[in-house]
Structures are given as C-alpha cells and as structure tokens.
Design a protein around this ligand. Sequence first.
Ligand SMILES: *Cc1c(COP(=O)(O)O)cnc(C)c1O
Length: 382
Amino acid sequence: MSSASKTMHVPYIDLGIQYRNLKSEIDPLIEKILASGSYILGEHGAALEKEYAAYQGVAHAVGVASGTDAIELALRAAGIGAGDEVIVPSFTFVATAEAVMHVGARPVFVDIEPDTYGIDPAQTETAVTSKTKAIIPVHLYGHPCTMEPILSLAKSKGLQVIEDCAQGTGASIGNKKVGSLGRLGAFSFFPTKNLGACGDAGIIVTDRADDAEKLRWLRNHGSPKKYQHEILGRNSRLDEIQAAILRVKLKHLDRWNQERIRVAGWYDKAFKALPPAVLKKLTLPSTRSGLSHVYHIYALLTAQRDALWEHLKTKTIDAAVHYPEPLHRQPVMRSIVSAGLSLPVSERVAREVLSLPIYPEMTEAMVLYVVEAIHDYYRAGN
Ligand SMILES: *Cc1c(COP(=O)(O)O)cnc(C)c1O
C-alpha cells in the first residue's frame, strides 16, 4: 500500500445495499400489507414475536415501538418505579438512563471495564444501596458484558437484571444469547442496528409469562382486551410493515454478524501489520474468550482522536464517535449526579474512542483504505 492510493468514499454504514439485496422479498410484502388494511398488531407482529423468541432461545418476545420503549416497558414490567435506584453504566447511549428516569426511578452511574466497555461488576456491587432495585448491563458495541458477577450479585441482593441489548443483537455468552440472561432483555431495531427496521422498532424478550403478559398490556394502553384498561399503559406498538421487514431480515442476521466479524478481522490484521511505533498509539477492540462479539461498532482508542477523525474526513472516510460525553457529564443528568462524581474509564473512552466504518457488505479494499489512511496520519509525525 502507498500513501498515494486512490481516494475512495467509505460510508460509515450503507443501508441501501441491504435493502437492494432484499427488495424482491420486501416490496411484495409491503404491498400486501398496504392492501390488507391490517397495519397494527396483526399476523406479522405476532409471527415476528414467535420467531424472535425462538432465535433468542426464550419463551416470549413482545414487540414495541423502539429500543428506548423496550427498556422503559421492561422496567415497568419488573415493577421498577418512583423511589427506586437502578444501576447503569455511564458510558452508553442516553436511552438507557432516560428509560430509568421516565419510570420515575433514579439512574446511578458506575464506570465501565476498559476492555469490554461493559458495566464494571465490582463498582456495581459498591453502588448497591437499600433503594437499589435493578441493574441494566449494556452490551456496548456488540461485546457482551461480564454477566456472571452481575447475575450472582443480583441474585444475592434480590435485584432485577434488565439487559440493554440494543447493540448486541445476536451476541452470545457461551451458548446463551444476550437478552436471555437477565429477567428481561431489551432490543432496538433502529435502522443502523445489527438487525434494523426501516423506521423505529424494538422488542423485549423474557422467559416469564407474567412479564410477557404485562408487557402486552403496557404497550397497548394497559389493555388485556379492547376498551378494558387494567393498568396505566401507553401506545408503543410495532407496526405490521416493520414486523414484516424484520422477519425477512432476521433470517440473515447470523450471516450479517459473521460478515461484521470478518470485517473486524480484516481491520485487526491490517492494524497489526503496521509499524510498532504506530500500533502503540492505538487500542484495538478485544474479545474475551467464550464470548461472541458481533461488532455493532468497531471502536478504536487513540489519544489523538479528534485530529485523526478530521484526517479521515479529508480522505472521505466517515468515522463516528459513540459517545463523546459519558452520561454523568450530560446536562440533563445534572440534577441527579453528585458534582464531584468521577468515572475515569468512561471519561477517557469518551475522549479517545473512534468508531470506524463497519457493516456486513463492507469490502476488504475499503478496510485497507481506512487503515492506510490512519497509517498516513501517524506517518506524518503525529
Ligand atoms: C440504540 C440504542 C438504544 C435505543 O434504541 P432506539 O430504538 O433508538 O430507541 C438504547 N440503548 C443503546 C445502548 C442503544 O445503542
């Protein structure tokens, strides 16, 4: 490779390819649904729930309007509400903590582990108080959290575990899929997630029949049947068009995840071939043994993050930052976070993390172009 390699646009993700490959399956389904007049809580929604529960190896799945709603309704189903504390990692998408606040509970932020980017089990244990009711591990970037100590802590203290699986669709620990380890697992089908709808959608999985029933009521105005409202619910339903598209895509999820893993392998290999002086400046993603990382995000750490990001823009490479500020530093959380709270791993990762382009259809040539652009940046003496 030479620094004179031709310019290539590398998008962060390309959802158009996926759609074009499935167009002949998806378009007739959409037309059929439009003609049927059954747009909400119909056959596709029910079938998706069955198929997703089977895929996850759990008894029940309940479709909802988004991943954010999935977390919030899971908390409600588990009986979490006003006066309760819920332990969450500070380094996650805001929805994890937002959902806790929307049920009237208080998120208690703890740090993440530096290698998995998941919630730190030791700090989680320290954060437990008499008000703690639940823990929300987030399988960030597609790497499963260190669940065993979290699950045993929860068991010994009588806490509920609700997994935020928005980025971990298809990831597993041993032979168990993430989402099936806690009481409830919340998934997002936001278009850019590993399994994405063509709009907003989400799903909750659980082995508990009582939770599943409550979730079905909660998402539909607290109704066990039409115009009978048992509990305070909401409108958070997954529509038929999204459900039908997700059923088509679910069949390809494992292959797409394998392709993401292959792309990550190309990155790893190309980075490891760089001169040691360059490689030293980068922290590559790692996977703990026994876990499957599904690379929703390929996250690199470097002290020169912002300058490198700018450099990649000049090479028409679309990188991204997930996330530039940990939640305990966000203005919206100011009233619930003590002023001096310091979570050093979250703060450092927020400063140093850069998400490189990754999607199933990405080519090796694109990966090599990205790595060469990064090499260029450091070769220039940075
Ligand atoms: C995407 C995401 C959510 C929210 O999902 P939506 O479907 O966008 O509401 C929650 N948590 C994490 C970690 C996410 O990445």
